[in-house]
Design a protein around this ligand. Structure first.
Ligand SMILES: [Zn+2]
Length: 272
């Protein structure tokens, strides 16, 4: 990891995700773009992904291994500082680990207070959290939505964006692939798209991250224990996922506000 000291003119963007690999999949392009534009990029992971299924080639426990993968991914994404809040991965919805000791899903107030302290310490100008649906409904993603909203409000961070997926874009992608005969309608249930992200609305920011794709792919590849080559994730079928990761979507948490400096940087309307 490059350890760039912060200069007073440097702006700081803090990306907060529940598990190792979420940062690369959902926001890798924006992180790299912000870093390239001169922002100090801070990555905060609420857990170490203890409940992730691990392949048998992994030599150490899941948390240790995933932290090693994250350090490598962070280098590709231009991260200056990497922090863990130290909560436990709550596992998938409905599993017993949802409420195990220090599970993130049942520690929202504590995690929000820890994050507020960190945002203050790194002097966050912008913070990036998760959408209200938790991107795909995972309990830890919903928890991070609440944690980030609460901490950003407490500290008074000026700009808050939330990672999401655009359902209407996904529906169009599905329709297009089926029309072309590339995808069987059964391979991607329309109902599964309704579980993802949010409907398109005014304050949604769409980024085509093709220019940053090599860095994003390298970061995703660094999470080798979690991200296999033929991806089937969130119900999105193999052969389609690579089209999704070329794109990222963010919601402005206060739609009434003007675009903040990070949003302007990401959209290229405020070249720095
Ligand atoms: Zn996750």
């Amino acid at each position: 990891m490059s350890s760039t000291g912060s200069s007073s003119s440097e702006r700081t963007a803090v990306f907060v995700h529940p598990h190792p690999d979420d940062e690369a999949i959902f926001s890798g392009g924006a992180m790299r773009r912000a870093a390239n534009a001169g922002w100090r990029v801070v990555l905060v992971l609420a857990t170490s992904g203890e409940e992730g299924e691990m392949p048998d080639w992994v030599m150490v426990d899941a948390a240790d291994h995933r932290r090693m993968e994250t350090a490598e991914a962070a280098d590709h994404l231009g991260v200056s500082e990497l922090h863990y809040l130290g909560y436990r991965d709550s596992g998938m919805a409905g599993s017993a680990t949802n409420s195990a000791g220090r599970a993130l899903a049942t520690s929202v107030a504590d995690a929000a207070s820890d994050l507020a302290e960190l945002l203050d310490r790194v002097r966050a100008d912008a913070v990036i959290g998760q959408d209200p649906n938790g991107t795909y409904g995972h309990p830890d993603h919903v928890a991070v939505h609440q944690v980030v909203r609460s901490a950003a409000h407490e500290v008074g961070v000026g700009e808050l964006l939330e990672v999401t997926l655009d359902r209407s874009w996904l529906r169009n992608l599905r329709h297009d692939r089926i029309e072309r005969g590339w995808l069987s309608p059964d391979a991607w249930a329309l109902a599964s798209i309704e579980q993802l992200g949010t409907e398109l609305f005014e304050s949604m920011v769409h980024l085509d991250v093709t220019p940053e794709l090599a860095f994003k792919q390298a970061a995703m590849a660094a999470h080798a224990s979690q991200v296999p080559d033929a991806q089937d994730f969130m119900g999105i079928p193999p052969g389609t996922f690579h089209l999704v990761v070329r794109n990222e979507w963010y919601l402005r948490s206060q739609p009434s506000q003007d675009p903040g400096l990070l949003e302007q940087t990401l959209l290229g309307t405020n070249p720095r």
